[in-house]
Design a protein around this ligand. Structure first.
Ligand SMILES: [Zn+2]
Length: 247
């Protein structure tokens, strides 16, 4: 699991979106802008709940056989990601939404494919925020058992794809890149490849921050945890280490 790196402003917006998924709204959006003091930036965004659930179910299905790179199931997962990202209407960076890279060998298979697209910002088109989620998982055990990975990370992938759909219809102020990453389970290979790719295509300082979605589908208290490793005193350590201020 990639540990999330974020800035709270975007997290708040996305958090509001996820919360609304649990409500009865299905589509549409409404926003609350800053109050008179300019201190509140709350957005309520309703994402397509049915599509999110159906995408999680498909990605964690037997057909996707644990989404290990090089498997037929992984290709099916990639096909879904490509179809959702193309339908979102987001633009490619550099001509294609597929970013190919080479990873370590998995039984001789070394190909990696990130899917990367962006919504151009209205006010700050040259400043980018990045939303990431890995869509790969660890595959099968024997011929009959597979690691479904519904939470890790079909949940984050489905949410990222739904947010891409939202951004395609609602232009943000800052440019927002949505990247579905491959080969996380083999050592964050997709994330490293994305960093190099963005440095090369956008330059060293174009990206303001990254919010990573990983394992957002399971919490008994119906809460999401946001961890900012760069803020001392508010974050914990590890996958469940978010502090009170980040809930
Ligand atoms: Zn993960």
């Amino acid at each position: 699991m990639i540990k999330p790196i974020l800035k709270v402003t975007l997290a708040a917006v996305l958090f509001a979106g996820f919360v609304s998924c649990k409500e009865s709204q299905k589509t549409g959006a409404n926003k609350e802008n800053s109050n008179a003091a300019g201190q509140t930036a709350t957005a309520t965004v309703a994402l397509d709940k049915e599509q999110i659930i159906s995408d999680i179910q498909f990605l964690s299905s037997k057909e996707c056989e644990g989404r290990r790179p090089g498997s037929k199931g992984h290709q099916l997962a990639l096909d879904l990601v490509l179809s959702r990202m193309r339908a979102s209407g987001l633009d490619s960076i550099g001509g294609s939404i597929i970013q190919n890279f080479t990873g370590r060998s998995l039984n001789g298979y070394t190909e990696g494919r990130n899917v990367v697209a962006f919504a151009k910002g209205k006010k700050y088109p040259d400043q980018y925020m990045v939303l990431t989620a890995h869509y790969d998982h660890v595959g099968k055990r024997g011929d009959t058992a597979w690691f479904a990975g519904a939470d890790d990370n079909a949940s984050g992938s489905a949410a990222a794809m739904a947010i891409a759909g939202y951004l395609g219809k609602n232009q943000p102020d800052y440019s927002i890149i949505v990247a579905l990453l491959d080969r996380e389970e083999t050592g964050l290979e997709g994330a490293y490849a994305l960093v190099e790719y963005l440095k090369k295509t956008l330059g060293e300082s174009a990206v303001r921050f990254n919010l990573n979605l990983d394992m957002i589908g399971r919490n008994d208290k119906n809460e999401l945890y946001v961890w900012n490793p760069s803020s001392s005193g508010t974050g914990g350590s590890g996958e469940n280490g978010a502090g009170e201020n980040n809930r």
